[in-house]
Design a protein around this ligand. Structure first.
Ligand code: GLU
Length: 445
């Protein structure tokens, strides 16, 4: 058995039932097999054994009172995965599906993603099995305050800097920040995605979506093409999807779908900026269902379905993990889709990824394509340390440059390891080598 296969077996044996974590590790290790052959020093120092084991996992009870005065109990987590190249950094997810396996998959992806950003950030992830859907503002605030009442002792501007993810936006970050400040009596950059008036960064909220489109532009540039007039399918309708559509519109592409957990809408005329304004209001203010878009603009609503059967040039899966399986991948390919840029984390199943790689389309895996969000979080941390803020133009220019650097680094690594244009291989290898070398330098810790 190869070294990487031994490690995969170890991970499966030691972490039973954590299927998403197994899936992420499997994909990473498949890419790393040639690296291990070239670098026997990694095996000697048991770098992989250490790499797949989080440095620390914190699991805690989150008690809170709902609006009826009834006690509610959730489970909170913070997975501090790897701090070899910087403090732990990564979002918090509030969603009923959150469990340890999901946060470990997100954590290990974050380690590689953050390494690719060129900034000094280790990887972490956290959250709770709390469902913000249908909760009042008061309930969300009480939950956030209780969550931070435990989390505060584990984080800090030089230790661990959480941010948002699914179910955690500017409102939740505000409540979490307020509670930290109250407990510690300290105004420091312990979270990113903060409000603009109290330490936040311009372009942070746009950054994941914009970055995923910038990454798509870079992939297309290798074939001397642009996004102009490309028909695009986007899934999701949250923060990432919204700003993906905004940037695609700006670049002259036509976006024809958006989705939520109830189904997807197909608008053959394209989701213009005016129609997108309705989505912003529907999803960010009223928290309504996507069908309302179809009712309002005469588009088609497909209940309980995903948008992958729609004919397109490019797809931007921007909802959640495993939303695109091998059959969906085949449908996209059969319909002529030749670019996929993952705005979500691990939205494509392993077999789906293999289909895209076999077909040699432009496939940008999440850890590269959606790194713009955390990269801009890194820029927020930099501004907080300087107690200064940069203009939108400055940040957008930096974001574009970071996405280009990530693209070029992954592309170069794919060439160096003999599979030009395989961004899965390239980003896993480039992200890993930087972390592995830092781990070697720092000794057995
Ligand atoms: N949740 C985002 C991600 O998956 C952003 C994390 C951050 O800004 O720390 O990368």
């Amino acid at each position: 058995m190869s070294y990487t296969n031994e490690i995969l077996k170890l991970v499966k044996d030691k972490n039973p039932g954590e299927s998403e974590f197994h899936q992420a590790v499997d994909e990473i290790l498949t890419s790393l097999t040639p690296v291990m052959e070239r670098h026997p020093e990694y095996q000697k120092a048991k770098i992989l054994e250490r790499f797949v084991e989080p440095e620390r996992v914190i699991i805690f009870r989150v008690p809170w009172l709902d609006d009826k005065g009834m006690p509610q109990i959730n489970r909170g987590f913070r997975v501090e995965f790897n701090s070899a190249i910087g403090p732990y950094k990564g979002g918090l997810r509030f969603h009923p599906t959150v469990n340890l396996g999901i946060l470990k998959f997100l954590g290990i992806e974050q380690v590689l993603k953050n390494s690719l950003t060129t900034l000094a950030m280790g990887g972490g992830k956290g959250g709770a099995d709390f469902d913000p859907k249908g909760k009042s503002d008061n309930e969300i605030m009480h939950f956030c305050q209780s969550f931070m009442t435990e989390l505060y002792r584990h984080i800090g501007p030089n230790t661990d800097i959480p941010a948002g993810d699914i179910g955690v936006g500017s409102k939740e970050i505000g409540y979490l920040f307020g509670q930290y400040k109250r407990i510690k009596n300290e105004f420091t950059g312990i979270l990113t995605g903060k409000g603009l008036g109290w330490g936040g960064s311009l372009i942070r909220k746009e950054a994941t979506g914009y970055g995923s489109v910038y990454f798509a532009q870079e992939m297309l540039a290798t074939r001397n093409e642009t996004l102009k007039d490309k028909v695009c399918v986007v899934s999701g309708s949250g923060n990432v999807a919204q700003y993906t559509v905004e940037k695609l519109n700006e670049l002259g592409a036509k976006v024809v779908t958006l989705s939520d957990s109830s189904g997807f809408i197909y608008d053959a005329d394209g989701i213009s900026n005016e129609k997108l304004a309705f989505i912003f209001e529907l999803k960010n203010v009223r928290k309504g269902r996507i069908k309302e878009y179809a009712d309002k603009f005469g588009a088609v609503f497909y209940p309980s379905r995903k948008p992958w059967s729609i004919k397109c040039d490019a797809a931007f899966p921007s909802a959640t993990q495993n939303e695109l399986n091998e059959n969906d991948a085949q449908l996209l390919l059969d319909n002529g889709c030749y670019l996929v840029s993952e705005g979500a984390n691990m939205p494509t199943s392993k077999k789906g990824v293999d289909k895209f790689l076999d077909a040699k389309i432009l496939f940008g895996p999440g850890k590269a394509a959606n790194a713009g969000g955390v990269a801009t979080s890194g820029l927020e941390m930099g501004q907080n340390s300087m107690r200064l803020s940069w203009s939108s133009e400055e940040i957008d220019t930096r974001l574009k440059k970071i996405m280009k650097d990530i693209h070029d680094t992954a592309y170069q690594a794919s060439i160096e390891y003999g599979d030009k244009g395989n961004y899965v291989l390239g980003s896993n290898i480039a992200g890993f080598v930087k972390v592995a070398d830092a781990m070697l330098d720092q000794g057995l810790v």
